[in-house]
Design a protein around this ligand. Structure first.
Ligand code: URA
Length: 247
């Protein structure tokens, strides 16, 4: 999926006193800069995050924001909630009002949540074909066994939706704890997968999403994603989408 874009000539007509037909001349006279570089064509794409300058005046400059947040227990993955604190209530960021959550966690689940103001990016990472791996540390009420490993790899049937979960990797860490990696995010998926063994999830903590790890981020704290993390996510998305395209 492409980010929503506007053609440069249309953008200029919408954001200045010039008309679409003036755009060609403005560009030829090198009066238009896109992200600091002289524009070449009226057909160039302008996204929400393209810095556009005309005669040295900035017509648009919105920074994309990508954050990792460590969600504490008892916090709602939402922007607003009448009863409980939300992820957005806890985030301290100058552009906080523009942010949304890319991939929710349940009320009592803790750990990594991604936040952004880039809707095209959050849609891309959430698409089923992106298959971004998400890793959870989980503790359960009854002892685990190798049967779980095989069953999670084969897929668990959810009768309500009549779907079978995609192969998931379970590493048993102790009798009651494990690390689970999923490439999808069905409703209450982890709880329902263990529920199929009548085993109750006591705690659930997301430690990574694709190349982004929680590391030592404190509960309630956030940090910007690094350029290498963003590039790694883009590579993963491109790879998965090329694999899912028909030959
Ligand atoms: N699976 C769940 O059951 N809950 C979550 O919060 C995330 C995955």
């Amino acid at each position: 999926m492409k980010p929503s874009t506007t053609r440069l000539d249309r953008f200029l007509s919408q954001h200045s006193d010039f008309s679409m037909s003036d755009a060609r001349l403005l560009i030829a006279q090198q009066r238009v800069l896109l992200d600091g570089v002289a524009a070449q064509s009226i057909q160039q794409a302008v996204t929400r995050f393209t810095r556009v300058e005309l005669d040295g005046v900035c017509l648009q400059h919105e920074q994309p924001v990508y954050l990792a947040f460590n969600k504490p227990r008892g916090v709602v993955s939402a922007t607003k909630d009448g009863k409980h604190p939300t992820v957005l209530d806890m985030v301290q960021h100058p552009q906080k009002g523009t942010l949304h959550i890319a991939g929710r966690l349940d009320f009592n689940t803790t750990g990594l949540v991604l936040l952004t103001n880039d809707g095209a990016w959050s849609r891309r990472i959430s698409l089923p074909e992106t298959k971004l791996p998400k890793t959870y540390e989980v503790s359960v009420s009854r002892p685990l066994s190798e049967d779980y490993v095989a069953a999670f790899l084969a897929g668990i049937h959810f009768a309500y939706e009549d779907i079978t979960t995609l192969p998931a990797r379970l590493e048993i860490l102790s009798a009651h704890t494990a690390r689970l990696t999923l490439v999808e995010g069905k409703y209450h998926q982890v709880k329902r997968m263990f529920g199929s063994f009548q085993n109750k999830v006591l705690s659930l903590h997301r430690v990574s999403i694709g190349p982004v790890s929680l590391g030592d981020l404190e509960p309630g704290a956030c940090r910007p994603l690094g350029a290498s993390e963003l590039a790694a996510i883009s590579r993963l998305i491109q790879l998965q989408h090329s694999l899912s395209m028909p030959l």
